[in-house]
Design a protein around this ligand. Structure first.
Ligand code: 3PG
Length: 307
């Protein structure tokens, strides 16, 4: 019997697991769950007899692939796939996929949760400011960026975006002002929201000279990846520019230093919460299960990453 393993250090909601089970049952597959595991050994043991694997930000590296002798497909139920070792997947003849867009609205809504919290002075009882009329810069106009733009318009914000890979005409068609580069985006906006993936080009690209371009009172929001931030540079800037705020859904490695240096201007969620909604879990989890069935039964490779 074909075995699908869901290995989630940060588990899906019940509704998502039920949805995944419905899809795998209908295909006649067995479903196994490894949730909240605390060490890699548990994952290595669990993948040993799995034909298919569904993960979230769980690392699928060369060790996992070597231990997964029967594995044919791994699906990252989510957008960012920096946790998958794609060349090891290829060398083990494992198809790797993601589920683009499925959790995008959830992440976009969190951006505004973080922003409202920050502009109301973290609900400390003092008068804050509104988002209406402020200029929001979206860095990367993918699925999350587009949802952020849609919601920002509802708040009455002015929306600008830059995406190295998306033509300005596509951005403009969405009713958003396209700017020519990321430097301009930081210069022209009150708030910048990051939606870039972690790639060799973007790692540490959000650095001191770039963020220093922000207007007085600027807010940087990161619901993307901690790796895109040059933490030392950002921390040093926040020490010099006491008007700036940093809000993040991905705790920095140097969280303690940020907390100490930027009291009242820094907030991190304790655990990445962007995609932690029942809807996002169900959308991404069920899409992953369907993609597995589609691949194993019909050879569909639409969202394959290691082509
Ligand atoms: C993604 O890349 O899809 C998001 O960062 C969500 O990640 P998560 O599934 O680990 O919450």
């Amino acid at each position: 019997m074909t075995k699908v393993l869901v290995a989630t250090e940060k588990p899906f909601s019940k509704v998502a697991v039920d949805g995944i089970r419905e899809v795998t049952n209908a295909a006649g597959y067995e479903l196994a769950l490894l949730e909240k595991y605390t060490d890699k050994g548990q994952l290595l043991r669990a993948v040993a007899d799995a034909d298919a694997l569904i993960v979230r930000s769980d690392k699928v590296d060369a060790d996992v692939l070597a231990a997964a002798k029967k594995l044919k497909i791994v699906v990252r139920a989510g957008a960012g796939f920096d946790n998958l070792d794609l060349s090891s997947c290829t060398s083990h003849n494992v198809v790797a996929m993601n589920t683009p867009g499925q959790n995008a609205n959830s992440v976009a809504e969190l951006v505004f949760g973080l922003l409202v919290y920050a502009v109301r002075n973290f609900f400390n009882g003092t008068s804050g400011t509104e988002l209406k009329g402020k200029r929001l810069g979206i860095l990367a106009f993918g699925n999350v960026g587009r949802n952020v733009a849609r919601i920002a318009k509802g708040f009455g914000m002015e929306v600008l975006a830059y995406d190295a890979y998306c033509p300005a005409s596509v951005i403009e068609e969405a009713g958003v002002k396209a700017v020519p580069d990321q430097e301009t985006l930081f210069e022209e906006c009150d708030i910048v929201s990051l939606h870039i993936p972690a790639t060799p080009e973007t790692i540490k690209s959000i650095n001191k000279p770039l963020v220093a371009r922000m207007r007085k009172g600027g807010i940087l929001v990161n619901t993307a990846r901690k790796e895109v931030i040059d933490e030392g540079g950002l921390l040093s800037l926040l020490q010099e520019r006491t008007d700036l705020k940093y809000l993040t859904d991905i705790k920095p490695d140097t969280d303690a230093s940020f907390k100490e240096t930027c009291e009242g201007r820094y907030f991190t969620t304790p655990k990445k919460m962007g995609a932690q909604t029942a809807e996002a879990n169900a959308n991404a989890g069920v899409a992953a299960a369907r993609q597995i069935v589609g691949f194993l039964e019909e050879g569909i490779t639409k969202f394959q990453l290691n082509k």
